[in-house]
Ligand binder design. Structure first.
Ligand SMILES: C[S@@+](CC[C@H](N)C(=O)[O-])C[C@H]1O[C@@H](n2cnc3c(N)ncnc32)[C@H](O)[C@@H]1O
Length: 229
């Protein structure tokens, strides 16, 4: 039963580079990896089949996506988490739960996507409780912005969806604004463009935390459409 601390990279930090091994995909921040080439999701280093692939960005401790992977063995799942402590917790649970359809990417979401994810190959994208960064001077750290949405549009299959969930009313409004101002997405939920998640949506650590504090949870779901000019 591997523990999070058992995850060891096969090189010293100064020689870090992108690598896929043992259900982990590591992409170091701000470092080029000239010797790494993305093998494709159907390669045995990743999933070894062409089943539909779903991505969760900002996975945290992974409880939402671990449960999805367990319940849906004919789908593949990629958890993207940039914090090492959290990514390695997901990695150990993947092994302990013997999941062959889930890989964790220890990586920054936009960087991983821009560098490696091919176009129109993703069947669905989820982001549960992204950090809201409420202060104006921190707004640049929010993951939902136009460059990120452009990448989500590029990698999604036609008519596939991106779903985001938050407890934060202001961030919900900002996300809705970002999606509505992108010409390649259409809300699947009528105005005001959010709804409460249904019980079968699944739950994450932060969802449980916010629900226990009596907070209202907002789910947004936007489908990829042809980009109008
Ligand atoms: C508020 S937590 C939510 C975790 C989980 N989704 C949940 O609902 O319990 C946000 C997570 O997003 C991760 N994160 C923030 N920005 C990211 C980015 N650009 N790429 C990948 N992970 C990111 C953080 O490290 C953190 O673990």
């Amino acid at each position: 039963m591997p523990k999070p601390q058992d995850l060891k990279l096969p090189f010293v930090f100064a020689e870090r580079q992108a690598i896929i091994f043992d259900r982990l995909w590591y992409v170091p921040a701000r470092v080029d990896s000239p010797n790494f080439s993305f093998p494709g999701f159907a390669d045995t280093a990743l999933f070894g089949n062409e089943n539909p692939l779903f991505i969760e960005y900002c996975s945290g401790n992974g409880s939402w996506i671990l449960d999805k992977a367990k319940r849906n063995p004919t789908n593949n799942y990629l958890a993207v988490e940039m914090c090492f402590e959290r990514a390695r917790k997901i990695w150990s649970k993947i092994h302990n739960m013997k999941l062959t359809n889930l890989v964790v990417a220890w990586a920054e979401g936009l960087q991983l996507t821009q560098k490696y994810i091919p176009q129109s190959c993703i069947s669905g994208i989820y982001i549960n409780f992204p950090d809201p960064w409420p202060k104006r001077r921190h707004a640049k750290y929010r993951i939902i912005n136009q460059p990120f949405l452009q990448e989500m549009h590029r990698i999604l299959k036609p008519e596939s969806c991106i779903t985001t969930v938050t407890d934060h009313e202001d961030y919900s409004k900002i996300m809705i604004q970002e999606f509505l101002s992108h010409k390649g997405f259409q809300s699947l939920i009528e105005a005001p463009y959010f709804a409460e998640p249904t019980p079968d949506y699944g739950s994450s650590f932060f969802e449980e935390l916010f629900k226990s504090k009596g907070k209202t949870i907002r789910l947004h779901s936007f489908a990829k459409v042809d980009q109008k000019s």
